[in-house]
Design a protein around this ligand. Structure first.
Ligand code: AMP
Ligand code: ZN
Ligand code: FE
Ligand code: FE
Length: 286
């Protein structure tokens, strides 16, 4: 049985592996394909593709965008991003600028709490252009202010933390439309990570389908078997395709392994083939 992973992060955003190291791990794990889906940047894609070509493993160009709803963040994955994607690149520049402003505010708050941390420290930890809270958490850990990354979020960076600053994000419709217009496969990421009021996710998904949403990420490291079944029903109801990925972040999400997630994740090559068949039916390249 050939397996794949369509949701992974590198140190271009908040993963800890370089793009080439990630692809090498995927090759070592005998995966047939993986999508690289960093937050708010495409800067890891070329290195990943190059390593993929050298090793004979398929690399799909992707990204992950955060969007805001009345019930919290919803993440959208774009898969099969074209090489020429100026409208997306323009939007990503803006999102990274907002990240930089937010990071500065978080660091200010931490300093106000008496922690000796600077933006320079954060830049040293972050190896890519998309910088966020996991990098700040790593600085707090290295300086001994917290005992692990989890505590950094609980005490300081999480939504109930003392230095929390909300992130400015896109409207879901904007993100979906932007990716759909580029000819990407647009996928609702890990929809079961949050609990929504009854019926809300269905209405929301139906609305996004109207803007060009094409798939639901049914298989994910944090989805239970019941969650997967709920995603299959959700996709079926709106005629959407199915995707799956581990959301691997290297050392930034310790329990989560490439391909297999927390151990039991299995995403078959047929999932990729079905998404490709949908793309061909829409006249989109694979
Ligand atoms: P940001 O995009 O800067 O808001 O950072 C979001 C990232 O922080 C997510 O992708 C998670 O990987 C990580 N994160 C969020 N909450 C926690 C938490 N409670 N513990 C550890 N990591 C977290
Ligand atoms: Zn992340
Ligand atoms: Fe996500
Ligand atoms: Fe992710």
């Amino acid at each position: 049985m050939k397996l794949i992973d369509l949701h992974t992060h590198t140190h271009a955003s908040d993963g800890t592996d370089s793009p080439s190291a990630l692809v090498k791990k995927a090759h070592a794990a005998a995966l047939a394909a993986l999508a690289v889906t960093d937050h708010d940047t495409l800067s890891g894609l070329e290195e990943a593709e190059e390593t993929g070509r050298a090793l004979g493993i398929r690399v799909i160009r992707g990204c992950e965008l955060s969007t805001g709803t009345e019930h919290g963040e919803v993440h959208i994955l774009g898969l099969w991003l074209p090489r020429e994607a100026q409208s997306l690149q323009d939007q990503l520049v803006q999102l990274r600028r907002k990240r930089a402003e937010r990071n500065a505010r978080i660091v200010d708050r931490l300093r106000g709490l008496g922690l000796a941390i600077s933006l320079e420290d954060v830049r040293e930890v972050a190896q890519g252009e998309s910088v966020g809270r996991p990098h700040i958490a790593e600085v707090l850990l290295r300086k001994g202010y917290v005992k692990d990354l989890r505590q950094a979020f609980v005490d300081y960076l999480g939504s109930h933390g003392k230095a929390f600053v909300p992130k400015e994000v896109l409207e879901p419709e904007t993100a979906v439309r932007l990716l759909a217009r580029l000819g990407a496969t647009v996928c609702l990421a890990h929809p079961m990570l949050q609990k929504y009021p009854r019926g809300w996710l269905e209405d929301f998904t139906g609305r996004l389908a109207g803007y060009g949403l094409t798939a639901v990420e049914a298989w994910h490291s944090e989805h239970s078997e019941a969650d997967v079944r709920a995603c299959l029903a959700l996709a079926k109801r709106f005629g959407l395709g199915l995707s799956g990925g581990s959301d691997y972040h290297g050392g930034n999400k310790p329990g989560i392994c490439l391909g297999v997630g927390r151990g039991g994740l299995r995403i078959r090559l047929e999932v990729l083939e079905a998404l490709e068949a949908r793309r061909r039916a829409q006249g989109l390249p694979c």
